[in-house]
Design a protein. Structure first.
Lengths: 303, 303
């Protein structure tokens, strides 16, 4: 039985909840994994419920383009993924709401992003130029959260009360969400698998929860020639999975991206990805891999 | 005028405080820098006061050996610094209290550390084998906190209520403190400049504050041949210094260590260090550098 059918059956068994209740059921609480994302988040759900709601609600129209890195070596800003962006946003979207919180100089960052998006035929509004960021999200046709420092970004999303509003727009209203690097990290369950330095302290490591797993952007294979003794990326992710109830981690190499359309997730780009499941050996995946199974409740994967 | 003389003068100007008050003045609150270490810590002092108390109180006998890395490429566990350890602990110390919280397998970690310290002529007790960790710290002759994941380590120090007790033993009672990698990170103002993945969420990033600055262990120079687009270590530290009121950061290369004896700090090892001050160009420092100026109130350095 497909999950869509299951979702329909579940919906049809709801005996007439009010509009607010129906919305609450679709959107659900922000996920709060037991694996160390921390207290202080807006929701209290365990990972099972989190994963179910992060699927996009009851057959929700979730659309995500989660890019590993903003700039590929030798290319310009978003150059390596510009065709994916055009294809993802399509012709219906006219303006994109940009979130520059991950970098210190927001004006300069917005200029860079605006130039790129205008060259692709889209207008760009930067959220930091709005006097009411929540209202800017409410009015947006599409959201793009750029890279930089993930801790700084997540803290700013909390400080500006944007977590629930972005979740609602993406999971309920179905506006396209694009993230790059830190912007991809915050789209997942938590930022527990960021590579960034914790230069500030967000009220929680729990993030937007638009998918029920974590991503490690800029995934880097071990350098066999290195004499440096710091942990490899794989060792760091293994340490994360030593903690209880930690979700899958998708290591997206630079040049890779994940396209999510409803219940379907596809690996795009050219460099592939490495998937880490708690207690299992990591596996390699080529571009084109169907990762839709990662959108299914992560509890079910352990059955 | 030397700081010791100043400290004596300050002490002589105290008109008969009680024993508890004298102790409070010596030990002071745990530091709480404004630069993003976060809420929830045990103290409420600003960076100025934090720095003053972290000097070791009023002429306190603080003794620290802060090592960048546990294992140097091609060598055994603590092999590259074993002579420094013997010289640091001397013949008076008989047993060392080991803190293995940064790694998941504490038993295995304690075996490794015990073997090494016994080979150097010291007994080793691992704090995780004690039913009362606070009491174990109270009775200890010397403390060694080993490397691993800094977030996991700091969370365990908070969970076991050890922050204040370790500070007291080191800053007031003057027992030797040795840290390696994560154990060096937690000796500083905060773990804002760790390289580790935030696999768990500690109640604060504020750390032991045994010195009034931060350290970046395993400091790594930019690889000019790399095509990887993740931030270099220097860029990450510069991002930290974009935040307000952030203390100096000493980048300790693998093979380097900092010896602190009271008010004197000396760079040891063979690989040197790079010093980052907010708003200034980073500077290179050879082994043997006198870093005592870093022990002076970091507010004063900005005058």
């Amino acid at each position: 039985m497909s999950r869509k059918v299951t979702a329909k059956m579940a919906k049809s068994s709801m005996a007439g909840p009010g509009r607010r209740e129906r919305r609450r059921r679709r959107l659900g609480p922000t996920p709060r994994p037991a694996g160390g994302a921390g207290r202080g988040g807006p929701g209290r759900a365990g990972p099972g419920r989190a994963a179910r709601t992060a699927r996009g609600g009851m057959g929700g129209p979730r659309r995500l383009l989660l890019v590993s890195n903003s700039t590929l070596h030798g290319g310009g800003y978003l150059g390596h993924c510009q065709q994916h962006i055009k294809s993802f946003l399509g012709e219906k979207v006219k303006r994109v709401l940009f979130v520059p919180y991950a970098l210190h100089d927001r004006d300069a960052y917005a200029r860079t992003a605006r130039e790129k998006f205008e060259s692709l035929g889209y207008g760009l509004d930067s959220i930091h130029e709005s006097c009411d960021p929540v209202e800017a999200v409410r009015k947006s046709e599409a959201i793009f959260i750029g890279g930089g420092n993930t801790f700084r970004l997540l803290k700013a999303l909390y400080d500006n009360s944007l977590i629930q509003e972005i979740r609602k727009r993406v999971l309920e209203d179905g506006i396209p969400y694009m993230g790059s690097s830190a912007g991809t990290n915050v789209a997942t369950v938590s930022i527990n698998t960021t590579n960034d330095m914790p230069i500030v302290y967000p009220p929680s490591l729990q993030a937007l929860g638009l998918v029920p797993f974590n991503i490690n952007p800029h995934y880097l294979d071990p350098d066999v020639k290195s004499t440096h003794m710091g942990e490899t990326r794989e060792e760091r992710i293994r340490q994360y999975h030593e903690e209880p109830n930690t979700p899958p981690v998708l290591g997206l190499r630079e040049g890779a991206m994940l396209l999510v359309e409803g219940d379907k997730a596809t690996l795009q780009g050219v460099t592939g990805a490495r998937l880490f499941l708690r207690g299992k050996k990591p596996t390699e995946h080529e571009p084109g891999t169907d990762f839709s199974f990662l959108l299914i409740d992560s509890d079910l994967q352990n059955l």
